[in-house]
Design a protein around this ligand. Structure first.
Ligand SMILES: Nc1nc2c(ncn2[C@@H]2O[C@H](COP(=O)(O)OP(=O)(O)O)[C@@H](O)[C@H]2O)c(=O)[nH]1
Ligand SMILES: [Mg+2]
Length: 349
């Protein structure tokens, strides 16, 4: 099967998934990774694949910027607008399905650190506390002012912004930000103390980007940018190891290429990878635990409060018992001394 034929059937599968009952609410996908990993290029590539037109709806960087303080952008329904779709058939199919396409959150350049500060920001991003357009720089200043761990008291979560899928983006030629991965893992491990269930039940995917820079025949020493297949596989293994405790990342790792100036891949090859990724983003994944209802939470709260009260009562009783025992013990010792002294006196010592 040619790439074009495969792409047509992949697009059809995407439409069928969108029509199905599993796609009632659009997924909210958070792109996360270092600056220059190719997050904005992915947004533009997905837009091109769906509309047939390349627009820089997400500003692509030079890849050299190391800044941590950029904004959070949201691309509703992959940033697609019906009037931009060039293909008549796709436009017809998407007329009703467009609102079901995933929303993409592009949070530019996070630092490679695992600090309470970054954990809080990632938690807020995943929990839907941060509105699109928010400057991460301003958010960090607010964090300094309020104190780390207090931002949740300042912002109200928006259920529509709560992240359902996380895509960790890693350039195949770049160093792996192990601290950032650890930071993300720790946030995903946070559990609800009342229910002991995970607070953020989002699936995580890894996209190894710039796959066009992997060259089987070319000597990597001849080209400063290219890497060998072995080097690529090493990166793939290292990243899988870094994520080892976050579920089945092994089967959630994809190789990605974006539409950029210097890509050696054909349009249909790029489209093929993008459609496979899009399909993965909308197909049903591991079933999520239902969110606890109000009555569940109330029941849990009452149970815990009663449990605490019971423990406090037992402690009190135990302490009182101990107090009684020590008084009795003291009295026994005092009587014993008095008895000994009186015996001695009687004996005329
Ligand atoms: N060769 C190649 N370059 C890419 C690819 N994707 C992105 N880039 C380049 O990597 C740089 C950073 O991309 P960008 O999307 O701005 O990264 P972001 O900071 O994660 O949003 C830009 O110069 C892009 O042209 C790709 O698939 N292949
Ligand atoms: Mg960007």
């Amino acid at each position: 099967m040619s790439f074009e034929e495969e792409n047509d059937s992949l697009l059809e599968e995407v439409f069928e998934l969108l029509e199905g009952p599993d796609c009632e609410n659009p997924e909210v996908i958070l792109l996360i990774g270092r600056s220059g990993a190719g997050k904005s290029s992915l947004v533009n590539t997905l837009h091109k694949v769906l509309t047939g037109r390349f627009y820089t709806i997400a500003k692509q960087g030079s890849g050299q910027a190391q800044t941590v303080t950029l904004d959070l952008f949201r691309y509703d329904n992959c940033g697609v607008k019906l009037h931009r779709i060039s293909d008549k058939n796709t436009k017809e199919r998407l007329t009703n399905l467009l609102p079901k396409l995933p929303h993409i959150l592009d949070c530019a350049g996070l630092a490679d650190e695992n600090t309470p500060k970054l954990r809080e920001i990632i938690e807020l991003l995943i929990g839907g506390y941060i509105r699109p357009g928010t400057s991460i720089d301003a958010l960090e200043k607010k964090q300094e002012k309020c104190g780390i761990g207090r931002l949740k008291e300042v912002f109200k979560p928006d259920p529509a912004c709560k992240v359902s899928k996380i895509v960790f983006m890693q350039g195949c030629i770049d160093d792996i930000p192990k601290n950032l991965i650890q930071c993300l893992r720790e946030v995903l491990k946070i559990s609800n103390p009342a229910t002991l269930t995970r607070k953020y039940q989002c699936e995580i995917f890894v996209l190894i980007t710039k796959y066009d820079l992997v060259n089987e025949s070319r000597d990597p020493n001849l080209d400063g940018n290219g890497i060998s297949v072995d080097e690529f596989k090493k990166t793939e293994t290292e990243i899988a190891e870094a994520f080892c405790n976050v579920g089945a990342v092994g089967c959630n790792t994809l190789r990605w290429v974006s539409f950029t100036d210097n890509v050696g891949f054909s349009e249909s090859q790029i489209r093929n990878r993008a459609l496979k990724f899009l399909k993965k983003m909308i197909e049903p994944g591991v079933p999520k635990m239902p969110e606890p209802t109000f009555s569940d939470r109330l029941e849990e709260y009452l149970y815990q409060t009663l449990h605490k009260l019971r423990r406090a009562c037992i402690k009190q009783i135990r302490e009182r018992h101990l107090n009684c025992l020590s008084i009795i013990g003291g009295l026994v010792i005092a009587f014993f001394f008095i008895y000994v002294i009186s015996c001695l006196l009687r004996a005329g010592v």
